[in-house]
Write a protein that binds this ligand. Structure first.
Ligand code: CA
Length: 236
């Protein structure tokens, strides 16, 4: 057995999906261990200590979110949730419970592989993506000087308000992770999330995007998933 391979625990009760994902991951040089129930997954997780968990929510004995909660109680192992339910409220709930990402069935091979790579990269370098020595952050042409609280794009300073800066800094500290509205509001305003809080966040975000000079439909430094949250992208 090659010990340099990432070990992925795949929890999925549907045979055809299990086989499909296993073949896909193995073809891409990952080691796969699998479980078809919550009970079995718990045992496999404890005995194999995987680098990543791909977790189906609809398991025969318990909802997959139970396992997510139990993993998060003690571990930072990345977890990608698989679900047939494409509901914003559920995505928010799972991300707030500590899921790293969320993939809705049916999904394409490329999409799943991209999510796997990102989740593994985040875990290996924790929050280091884009972070440079000396309290600086850089992705593409965007740079942040945390000490000076300044943001630059292509060397030109982008004048942000204190609140706008705090949002951008928070997203950069969690680069490549989808941060829910609730997480951002708690970090930036130290408030419990409310509809008014989300409005306030959206207004600030619209101003940030304007200042960043992002036109509609262009790839951008910050991705908005409607009804869920925002993510600063690590690749430009
Ligand atoms: Ca299922």
């Amino acid at each position: 057995m090659n010990n340099n391979k990432y070990k992925i625990l795949l929890v999925e009760d549907e045979e055809n999906i299990l086989n499909f994902i296993t073949a896909l991951l193995e073809a891409n040089d990952y080691q796969v261990i699998s479980a078809k129930s919550y009970a079995n997954a718990k045992i496999m997780y404890a005995s194999h200590v995987p680098d990543l968990v791909i977790l189906d929510l609809g398991l025969p004995d318990k909802d997959g979110s139970t396992l997510l909660k139990e993993i998060r109680a003690t571990e930072l192992t990345p977890v990608i949730v698989l679900s047939a339910r494409n509901e914003e409220r559920e995505k928010v709930k799972l991300l707030d419970m500590g899921a790293n990402d969320y993939v809705t069935k049916p999904f394409g091979s490329d999409e799943l592989l991209a999510r796997v790579r990102t989740a593994l990269r985040n875990s290996r370098h924790s929050t280091n993506k884009g972070h440079l020595p000396g309290g600086k952050f850089a992705v593409g042409e965007l740079t942040i000087d945390y000490d000076a609280r300044q943001v630059f794009i292509a060397g030109e300073e982008i004048k942000l308000t204190q609140t706008e800066y705090n949002i951008v800094a928070f997203l950069s500290e969690n680069c490549e992770k989808m941060m829910t509205y609730a997480a951002i509001i708690k970090a930036v305003w130290r408030e419990y999330p409310s509809d008014a809080g989300i409005k306030k966040l959206q207004v600030n975000m619209a101003n940030i995007r304007k200042k960043f000079g992002v036109r509609l439909g262009e790839s951008s430094y910050i991705t908005n998933e409607l009804g869920v949250g925002y993510r600063m992208n690590g690749d430009k």
